[in-house]
Write a protein that binds this ligand. Sequence first.
Ligand SMILES: Cc1cc2nc3c(=O)[nH]c(=O)nc-3n(C[C@H](O)[C@H](O)[C@H](O)COP(=O)(O)O)c2cc1C
Length: 161
Amino acid sequence: MENPILKRYAVRKYQPTAVAVADVDQLVAAFEAAPCGMHQVADMEGAVITDPKLRDAVEDASNNACYGAPLLFAIATKKDSQFGERDASAAAENVMVQAAALGLGSVYVMSGALAVNGHPDLLKQIGVDDGYQLTVIVAVGKAAEESPAPDRSNRYKVVRN
Ligand SMILES: Cc1cc2nc3c(=O)[nH]c(=O)nc-3n(C[C@H](O)[C@H](O)[C@H](O)COP(=O)(O)O)c2cc1C
């Protein structure tokens, strides 16, 4: 199998087909396996949104930032957490790499997550506990168009000492 880390790229067009329950289980397992700062496991929680009505409400509240993906993996962190953004980013990458391994597309959505924080009733519906806020939403689904990942082998400066 192609390395899912290299296979992953930001997908911003999705088929509406629901993600299979077995695949959802694997995405949740990938989230659960994520590292967290100083083992403060209570600093982060996840919510998988597949119910079409709730998904649409989140899409609206995010100002259509979730690209119509059929599954939204919302990652919330404690408002006063020292590690929240880092924990959520590490977990989001786990979910995105697992999605790639399953042949699914994904994208890290920060702007939409921040917009949804302005809708406290919706946060409650999603299952976000008081004192937590969304840090990232990982949009997941079958890509509308399959294409290989771009070559990113020299994207960042890397110094080898
Ligand atoms: C911290 C962070 C915030 C991001 N926020 C968004 C976002 O709000 N909307 C979006 O479409 N993509 C977002 N992305 C995805 C990036 O645009 C994308 O990862 C980047 O352009 C590199 O492309 P690649 O993922 O295909 O390698 C975000 C990525 C990161 C790491």
